[in-house]
Write a protein that binds this ligand. Sequence first.
Ligand SMILES: CC(C)(COP(=O)(O)OP(=O)(O)OC[C@H]1O[C@@H](n2cnc3c(N)ncnc32)[C@H](O)[C@@H]1OP(=O)(O)O)[C@@H](O)C(=O)NCCC(=O)NCCS
Length: 198
Amino acid sequence: MEPQVHETNGSGLSPWLERLGALRIRVFREFPYLYDGSEEYERDYLRIYQNAPDSLVVLVTDGPEKLVGATTCLPMSQEGPEFQEPFRRAGIDVGSVFYFGESILLPEWRGRGLGKMFFDKREAHARRLGYPVTAFCAVDRPADHPQRPAGYRPLDGFWQSRGYVKRQDLRASYSWKEIGEEHESSKTLTFWTKSWTE
Ligand SMILES: CC(C)(COP(=O)(O)OP(=O)(O)OC[C@H]1O[C@@H](n2cnc3c(N)ncnc32)[C@H](O)[C@@H]1OP(=O)(O)O)[C@@H](O)C(=O)NCCC(=O)NCCS
């Protein structure tokens, strides 16, 4: 199986929206996200990438059509206020930050370097556009969370190896419906940042 890699954004995303939403729902069902997703939530979430002119979405397919992985990014200034707020509070210019949305791969496609390629492509895109800071966030879960699978390996080591620093001073709140919940609830996410000017 040789993966095919496609880069798109804006209206180019339209034919992939349904598949991308379904892939997000499937992958983020796993710990630590435990996301009980819906098509409606996905449509809302992904609209921002359709409308942001400087966004980049990298898609990985098995054959020309079957979506098996994706990563997204866009200027932080085009993200929602809940993601911008921690930067403003910390006195960081939101206009200097390029935000990385997610990296997702079906389990059978992991461990062959595609996660690194996702970082390479997003960082190259952000740098081409002149952004000095790249950032993403991850949900906070306690080490003894009841849903944490035995042998779960956090991605922190991977992110550190890419030059990212965990920023306890940059925390966002964001809501989604978790498996077993009736309604959406707010979660805390901590940002990781990398500065290209130091
Ligand atoms: C994040 C993700 C896309 C990485 O994909 P991947 O293709 O496995 O990544 P790579 O093959 O490029 O591996 C990256 C490096 O991190 C390491 N790594 C991969 N998965 C890891 C894990 N779960 N825990 C710790 N390290 C991991 C690999 O060993 C590799 O390092 P190495 O080459 O020095 O051994 C994939 O794990 C995934 O889809 N996870 C679920 C969704 C998620 O949590 N995404 C991140 C937040 S949006």
